[in-house]
Design a protein around this ligand. Structure first.
Ligand SMILES: [Zn+2]
Length: 97
């Protein structure tokens, strides 16, 4: 399944993904990226990553709760998802930022 097919497969699915960060403060401060949701929300993320990894249509793919792809996110989401596949000839030093 390519990424377009994954997008279409889950477009109307009521299971939404929450994407946000949180920090556990202890002796060592640990920051996490949380991807939370029902089974289908997590399947969407997993299948999107797999489809992107196997595609040859560019080095990057992203969705954001306030931008393109917002229909896949729950309202509690505060961060988007940005995938970048290496090696890449488009971005200097192979870095997005
Ligand atoms: Zn790139």
């Amino acid at each position: 399944m390519n990424i377009k097919q994954v997008i279409e497969k889950y477009a109307d699915n009521p299971s939404k993904l929450t994407a946000r960060t949180f920090t556990e403060s202890g002796e060592i401060k640990e920051t996490f990226v949380l991807f939370e949701g029902g089974a289908d929300a997590l399947r969407f993320l997993g299948e999107a990553i797999l489809a992107f990894a196997d595609s040859d249509s560019g080095c990057n793919w992203d969705i954001h709760p306030q931008g393109a792809g917002n229909i896949y996110f729950d309202n509690d989401s505060t961060v988007g998802i940005y995938l970048h596949k290496l090696p890449c000839d488009l971005h200097a030093d192979h870095k997005i930022r």
